[in-house]
Structure formats: structure tokens, C-alpha cells
Design a protein around this ligand. Structure first.
Ligand SMILES: [Zn+2]
Length: 292
């Protein structure tokens, strides 16, 4: 008798960019509603999601390995045990991809929010999940999230989940921080600061030969809605107006140059293109490939 499977296959997907291999590693997903959205008519947002057959709001959380010149980086670390049991799967999926976390020599953060940084350190033991990694991020991230005056302005959830969780996760790496304001941060990887969602929010452009991939971080959280309505933001954007301006700049750049994109909250495995549609945009997932 054939037994039906009980577990999903691992969330791992490889994509070659010239000589560089990028592997999407799923952290899982987070369920929520649309009341966290700002600058958007919620009825309209619901209609867009319903038309796309999407539950409101199921947000993929993705991280990416980068194999370049014999080195191995991980972009973001997922949410550890801080958020929902449907997320926090990065270590399991890394192992399924044949990677031991000790092999990773660099962790690049797009920003310090808990769905990106809370997989750095074991919250129960304080042990580093990536004992051999340098922690590389924009200088404005620790500057903001370690600032007590900024923390005092936040509500309870923000203080606990953004400031305190971020500090707990990032501080154990302090002797190995490498802070940047821009430029090449890993072989073939250039930082593309995209401020607003957080003060040091950064995308990473991967380039090798004629190929490019823009890992655009949290440019979108609800892909269908924000592609159609680029000014629509999130209540947890540090600066809503700056985040919208950065999103529009990023949209314009990748649509004009037809650059392949990947993102932390594009639906797994997240490799897509963005195309103009009237005054807005539409996201087209790339076809799956078993050869890469
Ligand atoms: Zn995020």
C-alpha cells in the first residue's frame, strides 16, 4: 500500500547567476491580515488579493545562500523562534540543502527586523547559529535599533519585537560586525541602500558575467497589492514616505533594466520579473528549472 507523504519537501531552490549560485532557503511563512497596510484602500487591497487567489495575508519569509569565489554567504536568517511556528525553518532547510551553518562565512542582513535577524542566535542558549560568520549590514541599522531614544518613541510591540529582539540577536556578533554605507560587500555582491522600511534597509545586487539578480529585501510585503499600488506601505515602515519613494525607485530600476528579482517576501522561491502595467506594475514568477 502506498503511504501518502506527511511532510512537505524542503524549501530549497537553486538559481545560477553567471558563475555565482544563489539558493533560496525558505524560513516558512507568516499569516496575518491587511490592517497593517497604510496608504491604501483596504477594500481594494482585499479585492486584489482575492483576484490573485491569495489568502490575506500569507507572507513568505525567504533567505538566500550565495556561493561565490569559494565563499558562502547567507542573506538574512529568518525569524527563529520569535514569531509563528509556520516560520523559523531556515536551519532545517539549510541542512536539507547539505549546508552546515558553520560553513557560512558571511551573514548579510537586509535589515534588523525579527523576520530577518532573529535566526542569528539561539534565544534559549545564546549560542551563535553561525559561529564562523562575519555579520555585514548597513551602518544605519545598529545605529537606529541600539538607540534608546528611538526605542522610547515606539509602542510595546515595537520595543519588544524590533528593538530588544534585534539587539539580543545581533549583539553576540558585535566583535565580527562589518558595517557599510554602500559598495561591494561580498564577491560579486553590491549593496543597494534602500532606506525607509528601516533606516539602513538594503538590497543586494548580484552580478556575474552578463547576469544580474537584485535581492530587493523588503521592497514589498504584499506583492500583488504593492505592485499594483506602489505607494501602499506597512505600519511598521520606519518612514512610510521614504519607504514608498525607495520602492518606486527600485520598481523603476528593475522594470527598466529587466533585472531578475528575488525578495524576502515574494512567494517562495521568489525569483520573478517586474513589468510595467499602466501606471503600476505586475510581478511575473520565473518558470521553475531543474537544471540550473
Ligand atoms: Zn520582513
Amino acid at each position: 500500500m502506498a503511504e501518502a507523504p506527511k511532510n512537505q519537501i524542503p524549501g530549497v531552490y537553486h538559481r545560477k547567476i553567471g558563475d555565482i549560485t544563489v539558493t533560496a532557503i525558505s524560513d516558512g511563512y507568516l499569516d496575518g491580515d491587511l490592517t497593517v497596510m497604510r496608504n491604501v484602500d483596504l477594500d481594494k487591497a482585499h479585492a486584489i488579493l482575492a483576484a490573485a487567489f491569495r489568502p490575506a495575508r500569507r507572507t513568505s519569509v525567504n533567505t538566500f545562500l550565495i556561493y561565490s569565489k569559494g565563499r558562502l554567504a547567507l542573506v538574512d536568517t529568518g525569524s527563529g523562534d520569535y514569531l509563528q511556528p509556520t516560520a523559523g525553518w531556515v536551519i532545517r532547510n539549510l541542512r536539507a540543502a547539505g549546508v552546515d551553518p558553520s560553513q557560512i562565512d558571511t551573514v548579510l542582513l537586509t535589515h534588523m527586523h525579527p523576520d530577518h535577524s532573529a535566526g542569528l542566535t539561539d534565544m534559549k542558549t545564546g549560542k551563535l547559529f553561525y559561529p564562523n560568520a562575519e555579520l555585514v549590514m548597513h551602518e544605519n541599522e545598529p545605529k537606529h535599533w541600539f538607540d534608546d531614544a528611538e526605542m522610547a518613541k515606539g509602542g510595546e510591540r515595537e520595543k519588544k519585537l524590533y528593538f530588544q529582539a534585534g539587539r539580543e540577536q545581533v549583539a553576540p556578533y558585535k566583535s565580527r560586525w562589518k558595517l557599510f554605507s554602500g559598495g561591494e560587500v561580498f564577491p560579486g555582491v553590491t549593496a543597494v541602500p534602500s532606506t525607509g522600511h528601516t533606516p539602513g534597509h538594503t538590497g543586494y545586487l548580484i552580478a556575474s558575467g552578463k547576469e544580474q539578480l537584485m535581492i530587493w529585501g523588503d521592497t514589498v510585503h504584499v506583492p500583488e497589492v504593492q505592485a499594483a499600488i506602489p505607494e501602499a506601505g506597512m505600519g511598521f515602515d520606519t518612514d512610510l514616505a521614504a519607504a514608498a519613494a525607495s520602492r518606486k525607485r527600485m520598481f523603476d530600476r528593475v522594470a527598466t533594466d529587466k533585472v531578475l528579482i528575488a525578495g524576502m517576501h515574494l512567494h517562495f522561491p521568489s525569483f520573478c520579473h517586474l513589468a510595467r502595467e499602466g501606471n503600476a506594475y505586475r510581478i511575473y514568477p520565473e518558470a521553475w528549472m531543474h537544471q540550473f
